[in-house]
Design a protein around this ligand. Structure first.
Ligand SMILES: C[S@@+](CC[C@H](N)C(=O)[O-])C[C@H]1O[C@@H](n2cnc3c(N)ncnc32)[C@H](O)[C@@H]1O
Length: 229
C-alpha cells in the first residue's frame, strides 16, 4: 500500500472489536501453533508447513472462513492458505480445521499486502481469491481499498502462468473499479471476455455475500488468468 503523509502505511482493514465466542477462543489457544504460519518478512518455506507439495490457493480476507473451509475440504489435491487479521474469524476457522483434521489448510494472521510482497516467490500461487473485500464506499476512503493498481500488479507477479485471480464484490461501484484496474494490468486476461463479469463462478457463498443478498445487493465476480502457458 502506498504511504500516507505521516509515513504510516494505509491499511485496507480496521481490527473489528467483536469478541470471540468461547469456542473460537478455545480454538485460538489450542490450535494456533499447529495451523498458523507465523509471519516473517522473508520467503515462505511451503514444504515445511504443508504435509505434501500441491498447487497453492491463497484467500485474502477470509472473514469467518466458512467458504475457505468448504473449498479446502472439497479439494484435497490442493493446498490452501488463508490470510486474515480478524481473530474471531481465525478462531472459527481453526476450530473447523481441527474438527475435520485438515492437512491442506493453513492460516496467516498479518496484513496480506505485506505477506504477498515478502513471503511468496514469483509465480508460486495457482489461485488468488479476494471475496467481498471491504468496499470503503466513501470517496475519502477509496485509498483504503485493497484492490489498487499497484497491489494487482504485485498479485500478478505471484501468480503462476495460467493461474487465476478471482475477486467478488456486492458493491457495484467497487466492481467497476475492480474491472478497470484488472483490465489495465497487462499480464492478466479477463476469462469472461473484455468488460464482462463472470456468470457462473465456482465458489461457495460467503458470509458477507449472504448479508449483501439479504440487503438486496447484486454480486459481481471477476476471474482473470495470468498470461502465458
Ligand atoms: C468484508 S470482509 C469479507 C470476509 C469474507 N471474504 C466474506 O466474504 O465473508 C473483509 C475481510 O478482509 C479482511 N482484510 C482486509 N484487508 C486485509 C489485509 N490487508 N490483510 C488481511 N486481511 C484483510 C478483514 O479483516 C475482513 O475480515
Amino acid at each position: 500500500m502506498s504511504p500516507n503523509p505521516s509515513n504510516r502505511p494505509i491499511r485496507s482493514f480496521v481490527i473489528r472489536a467483536s469478541r470471540a465466542t468461547d469456542s473460537q477462543r478455545k480454538a485460538l489457544e489450542q490450535h494456533w501453533d499447529t495451523h498458523l504460519i507465523p509471519y516473517e518478512a522473508g520467503p515462505l518455506d511451503l514444504k515445511k508447513h504443508f504435509a505434501e507439495s500441491r498447487p497453492l490457493t491463497v484467500e485474502i480476507g477470509f472473514g469467518m472462513g466458512d467458504s475457505l473451509l468448504k473449498m479446502a475440504q472439497a479439494d484435497p489435491q490442493s493446498n490452501f492458505l488463508g490470510i486474515e487479521v480478524h481473530r474471531p474469524g481465525i478462531g472459527k476457522l481453526l476450530h473447523g480445521i481441527a474438527q475435520n483434521n485438515l492437512q491442506n489448510l493453513k492460516i496467516m494472521c498479518h496484513d496480506a499486502t505485506e505477506i504477498i510482497a515478502n513471503c511468496f516467490d514469483l509465480q508460486s500461487v495457482e489461485r488468488l481469491l479476494i471475496f467481498f473485500p471491504d468496499p470503503w464506499p466513501k470517496k475519502r476512503h477509496h485509498k483504503r481499498r485493497i484492490i489498487q493498481a499497484e497491489f494487482v500488479e504485485l498479485l500478478a507477479t505471484r501468480l503462476a502462468k495460467g493461474g487465476l485471480l478471482h475477486l467478488a464484490t456486492d458493491w457495484e461501484a467497487y466492481a467497476l473499479h475492480m474491472i478497470e484496474v484488472l483490465e489495465n494490468e497487462p499480464s492478466l486476461i479477463n476469462c469472461a471476455g473484455a468488460g464482462n463479469y463472470c456468470d457462473m463462478p465456482a465458489r461457495p457463498e460467503t458470509k458477507f455475500e449472504q448479508r449483501g443478498r439479504r440487503l438486496g445487493h447484486g454480486v459481481w465476480d471477476l476471474v482473470f488468468e495470468k498470461a502465458g502457458s
